[in-house]
Write a protein that binds this ligand. Structure first.
Ligand code: ZN
Length: 106
């Protein structure tokens, strides 16, 4: 019986990043992430792994300041293929995550 499956190794350059909002890749960890929501979703889809970083992005790129008391980011779930120390950078992409059960208020 040949039940052992071999994994296909893909060169990083050939790897296709899933489109935002696709289903999670099971083999990858799911992280809490933050996305810039300035402009349309298409024009600036910057994803970061921390609220601090998205605030820095907003400040540098969009001239946002914390004192404005506006929230120009949203929390989401995301995955990434490469480690943040990878020379190709960390390619985050948004994934859908099933709603957590509970919290039956309202
Ligand atoms: Zn932005």
């Amino acid at each position: 019986m040949t039940w052992v499956k071999t994994l296909d190794l893909i060169e990083p350059g050939e790897l296709r990043i899933p489109t935002h909002g696709s289903l999670p890749v099971l083999q990858l960890l799911i992280h809490q992430g933050f996305a810039c929501t300035v402009g349309s979703h298409e024009s600036c889809s910057t994803l970061t792994c921390s609220q601090k970083k998205i605030e820095i992005h907003l400040s540098k790129v969009h001239g946002w300041a914390k004192k404005h008391d506006t929230t120009l980011w949203r929390a989401l779930w995301m995955q990434h293929f490469f480690h943040s120390s990878s020379p190709t950078g960390c390619h985050y992409f948004e994934v859908k995550k099933e709603e957590e059960e509970g919290q039956g208020q309202g």
